[in-house]
Ligand binder design. Sequence first.
Ligand SMILES: NC(=O)N[C@@H](CC(=O)O)C(=O)O
Ligand SMILES: [Zn+2]
Ligand SMILES: [Zn+2]
Length: 434
Amino acid sequence: MTAYVIRNANLLGEQAADLRIVDGVIAEIGTDLDTSGDVEVVDATGLIALPGLVDLHTHLREPGREDAETVETGTRSAAAGGYTLVHAMANTDPVADTAGVVEQVWRLGREHGYCDVAPVGAVTVGLGGERLAELGAMADSAARVRVFSDDGKCVSDAVLMRRALEYVKAFDGVIAQHSQEPRLTEGAQMNEGELSGVLGLVGWPAVAEEAIIARDVLLAEHVGSRLHVCHLSTRGSVEIVRWAKSRGIDVTAEVTPHHLLLTDQLAATYDPLYKVNPPLRTADDVAALREALAEGIIDIVATDHAPHPSEDKDCEWAAAAFGMTGLETALSVVQHTMVDTGLLDWAGVAARMSAKPAEIGRVAAHGRPLAVGEPANVVLYDPAATRVVRREDAVSRSRNTPYAGLELPGRVVATFLRGRPTVLDGTVLEEVSA
Ligand SMILES: NC(=O)N[C@@H](CC(=O)O)C(=O)O
Ligand SMILES: [Zn+2]
Ligand SMILES: [Zn+2]
């Protein structure tokens, strides 16, 4: 295995140093490290080194919708964005509701080698919302599932949600809830507000999200279990999570990059690239989400990378699928919304995009600090670069990015997964295996 010396990187934006990577591990950190002998030198002058990013919420679409994404294309996209571990959502076909399916997804991640994959297990059989899936069997499988979610659908039945929360305590699992009261969102197309009335699109009220979060934090308290709130999107949701945390309820929450940047006003374009679940909200919600992420009320950023082929997006709004891609732009959007605005420093970004998501997912080998003896999962990032996002540049198989034409700061220059580069010079490598 090739040894590397990363020269003159800015560790977490705090301190310039060289990193030596040997046999997949950070072997040495210091200045002017010896580069004689069999070692590749990567000049990281001007670049920030962060621990490999961890996504708690990615849709890889395999099995079943390989026309949108596969484990291979999705993990290449993840590597391009600086990720070394992604959690793959269970809303595939077949649904990831058995040990067999989660093991298959996990193994495909390992085989392709671009980014580790931690499969999320479905909470209910077939995402049907009626019977609990075999949570224990998925937890005990080779995939070691700890995060369970019916994402795409809400576990709306309170009894089932309670039972799921109780069940996962046995193996320190967590239920990641897609908080959407189904009756309040029938036919909903965009955020409910003045604009939905003007555009004639069925509105999606904030209360449809907030009512489920309020119920679930109370259930989590009642059974003494762990709850994670997916893609929280409103100011009211922030206030409920704040209240729950102040009571000591074991709840964590995520926000997506797109909910940190974009607003419901984009629906006026009628371009389904801006159609997403939950919907883009108001500028006031965006401000609340940014503050809550800075404060730690929202724990992490998760992409909710939701690739869709063009036939499901290049159509009229009402017929289009919900979702946008996000892995390749997440760090840039976080820099733009959180770092360049002074709300977070790079250590804060590393906590929210690497250490904390790994902790919530109970993945011990990821989200580790950049320190000697740790696995060499490292991103090198150029915060001074800028780029105009172009759909045709997508590494993902799908091109439904909402940022096309927008100039965003920053560029992932290199990603290392256990000491092997998956990205160098800003390009995903064709071959990554040993
Ligand atoms: N976010 C979305 O708009 N879509 C997701 C489902 C989800 O995350 O709820 C998808 O699977 O396409
Ligand atoms: Zn969801
Ligand atoms: Zn999702």
